[in-house]
Design a protein around this ligand. Structure first.
Ligand SMILES: *Cc1c(COP(=O)(O)O)cnc(C)c1O
Length: 360
């Protein structure tokens, strides 16, 4: 009866291209190369094809080697963003031209493996500017210099540069001040060891706003862009980037039940399917739609119905429950409801093998 399997992602390639043009243009104007991060869309082959063909992209990067493997050798330099696990040293050298590192032990293994594969592997050393995720602690100092010193002795490792990641864990906002610590380290390393660093990578989408207003410190020459490309979000302050589309990727789900029920469940309230104790507001009787999509497919907290009169009430593993009482539309079983997605929900939907993809 119908050919689309729901839930379905709608992927608007034209809108994504526009997003790419706008954000890569601003980043290039700020003197930076463009690294597009493919993890939020699990390196979707159609989106990757567009990126591989685009001159706006210098590097393709992911935290997962399986995603990198899917586009290695297709013309863009590939970057493993997450520090390599011991179990993926061989694949890192095989499929990633560059990897981000902070552990000398891992670098030694990469060096040994690169020798075996007869390759020179490029390493970017991560420096922690205070967000407290990966990187050598910048206020330590000695650890950075000793790691660089040994890395420079490795025959099959090329010290390609340094980088920092902010906002992802500690929610620390990139500023000229903290990124200047990074560019300062680049100068110090170059002067101390007489080397030239090809890359000084100044962060992710949260650094975009600095590039846009010309506020990046001199010496930062690369940014890594995920969310700002997919959703047009400056993730430092949550502003929408002018001209970009927040709805290049939307999700459709199908109504499987539509009934008038109370807004308050009946009986003693215990734990829900996820061990949480729900809280309800009594809104009397309401028209409730159940959609065939659940936590295995989506993150309901990050979904906004395109029709503003619809409210998301919650989700269990396989069901999404909506209040459609406020809608003027006359919904029926089988109808499709469309949602805008936030970053977490995009990630979730692309990761689920139960969610199909449509390209427009
Ligand atoms: C995920 C990730 C990015 C991309 O982050 P966005 O906020 O989506 O731009 C960049 N760098 C590293 C190290 C990452 O892990």
């Amino acid at each position: 009866m119908n050919s689309v399997i729901y839930p379905a992602l709608n992927i608007d390639m034209k809108k994504l291209k526009t997003n790419l043009q706008i954000v890569s243009g601003a980043v290039r104007n700020a003197g930076c190369s463009v690294m597009i991060v493919t993890k939020s869309f699990c390196a979707d082959p159609e989106i990757v094809k567009m990126l591989v063909e685009s001159p706006a992209v210098d590097y393709l990067a992911d935290s997962r080697i399986a995603n990198i493997k899917s586009y290695a050798g297709r013309g863009k330099e590939t970057v493993l963003l997450r520090l390599p696990q011991f179990c993926e040293i061989e694949d890192t050298v095989r499929y990633a031209d560059i990897s981000f590192n902070s552990e000398i032990e891992t670098l030694r293994l990469l060096d040994g493996e690169a020798k075996k594969q007869n390759k020179i592997h490029k390493a970017v050393l991560m420096i922690d500017l205070g967000d407290l995720r990966e990187g050598l602690y910048c206020s330590g100092g000695a650890g950075i210099l000793s790691t660089i010193k040994e890395t420079l002795t490795m025959k099959n490792i090329c010290l390609y540069g340094i980088g920092a990641n902010l906002t992802c864990y500690g929610a620390i906002i990139p500023k000229n001040e903290n990124l200047s610590i990074l560019s300062g380290w680049a100068r110090r390393i170059e002067n101390t060891f007489g080397v030239k660093l090809a890359m000084v990578s100044g962060g992710n989408s949260s650094s975009y706003y600095l590039a846009e207003k010309g506020g990046l410190p001199a010496g930062i020459n690369n940014l890594r862009l995920g969310e700002v490309f997919i959703l047009g979000n400056d993730t430092a302050y949550g502003n929408h980037i002018e001209g970009t589309y927040a709805d290049a990727i939307t999700l459709d789900a199908q109504i499987i039940e539509l009934q008038t029920k109370r807004s308050l469940p009946e009986g003693e309230v215990g734990m829900d399917a996820f061990g949480e104790k729900p809280v309800y507001v009594d809104r009397g009787m309401m028209s409730r739609a159940i959609l065939a999509a659940g936590r295995q497919d989506i993150d309901a907290s990050g979904m906004t119905p395109i029709e503003p009169a619809i409210n998301v009430l919650g989700a269990s593993s396989d069901h999404l429950i909506l209040d459609v009482s406020g809608s003027k539309k006359d919904y029926h079983i089988g109808d499709i409801i469309r949602f805008k997605l936030n970053y977490g929900s995009v990630l979730h939907a692309f990761t689920s093998s139960y969610v199909s993809r449509r390209y427009v």
